[in-house]
Design a protein around this ligand. Sequence first.
Ligand code: FAD
Ligand code: SF4
Length: 509
Amino acid sequence: MVTTVSVWILGDQLLVRHPALLAAEARVGRAAVTVLLVESEARLAQQRYHRRKLVLILSAMRHYAAALRAAGYRVDLRRAPDFATAVREHLAEHGADRMIAMAAAERGTRALQHALAHDLPLELLPNTQLLCGQHDPLPGTPITRRVVLETFYRAMRRHFGVLLDDAGAPLGGQWNYDAANRRPLPRTVGVPPAQQFAPDSITLATIDEVQQRAGVGDAAGFDLPVTHDDARRALAGFIAGRLSRFGDYEDAMRADDGVLFHSVLSPALNIGLLEPLEVIRAAERAYHVGDAPLNAVEGFVRQILGWREYMYWQYWRIGEHLVTANAWGAHRSLPAFFWHGSSDMHCVATVVQRVHQTGYAHHIERLMILSNLCMLAGITPAHVNDWFLASFVDAYDWVMVPNVFGMGLNADGGGVATKPYIASAAYIDRMSDYCAGCRFNPRIRHGPDACPFNVLYWNFLIAHEARLRANPRFGPAVLGLRHLDVAERAAVQQAAIALLAGWSGEPPP
Ligand code: FAD
Ligand code: SF4
């Protein structure tokens, strides 16, 4: 008969109602449950990470341990060389008859859990952090069938009853308000200050510790929520202060503000301090009480119930070969300026420096500046993925791999996103104020003042003309090539060769 049970909770599973905790308690009662939380040296050093990400995870785990102890659980928070050592030592020391854990969201740790379950009394529960782990909206879809975001998102909305009327139709009569959500941001529109959460003594000690470790960026100035209460305050602050304009300016960029009307909730969501459905319901409520318009609320819900879930679903559906995909034959090294942030390109320098400082850039800067540049320049997808994983505070394999290989670089040839997200300087100029402060000219295609985005964009179109023309969602853009005669095509190609030769691909410092 089982008498004591251990529950192993990973650092990105800090849920209030963790399924393994609930299961253990139901079986043996709270007093017989010990929770294991592991600070694994191997995991922390698996690769370079942004120091703010290390502070976030370690401090949130330490706060979680304190909250569990206060709620009457025994907690074994231990530093160990690796997860396997910690689990074995914990079981030997605590004499638990059984250990329960929730399957990891990412592939590597889940494989390790399965390996441990072969020779230890470890029971794995399905991962329910993501809503599609609770309900697969399109079960049994063969990998050969292309599933677009819209199909997946509508199925999720129907199942979870989000933004629907009594007849089950979408509120407002439309599923999608994207067309209304692409406005540039006029200077006259003020942006509320970003929310900050002052570090307490646990977080301050963690910052000191992490500053001594190898990593990217600086942990000083860390201001993210690390408890459930603070994460809920961050959510409430976003709903009250920024959600109403999220839709209108979702794609806008501004040189002096890297957040604008975005939520910055991904760091908390990705480690379980917030759950997707509570965020979605909070946004829905804001619409029903008249605090935010439908285009804003639907746009925001689409990010969480749509894109976030879809990425996780595709990560597990497409499987491991996503990380070796390279459909556009990109083989150049990542330019060194991604690591040091020094570049004449105003948009790139600003965003990279901000990422080094904070570990954050909003979606359009990630997509239309950083990964756009990498795709146009033909940077090896794995190098791009490594840089994103090292640089962002919300980076985890399950969300990074489909975003970088699928959405950002189209390296899977269109399994995740139906078209390559590439654009010239015209897009960046329209959606931001970066170009006004840049030494390059966003309207020139080649020559010493030509914007590198233009040189590389037209070079890319020339190099891949036939293939792009065949893509119904991209084909019309290629028609612009008819304005380039043979001489201009040659000039663009020469400019691209010279530009890329000047970008040294040094290894990270
Ligand atoms: P908001 O704009 O406020 O959106 C709300 C929430 O929607 C986000 O918090 C996030 O949870 C979710 N969301 C929106 N788009 C996506 C998406 N494409 N995939 C997953 N979730 C989404 N997101 C990560 O959480 N971790 C990553 O490592 C990551 N890497 C990315 C790399 C690239 C190349 C690209 C193009 C996107 C990446 N994203 C990643 C998705 C998205 O850019 C971030 O989730 C978002 O910018 C986080 O900021 P926010 O919380 O202010 O988002
Ligand atoms: Fe960026 Fe080109 Fe605009 Fe400069 S001109 S800010 S490099 S898009």
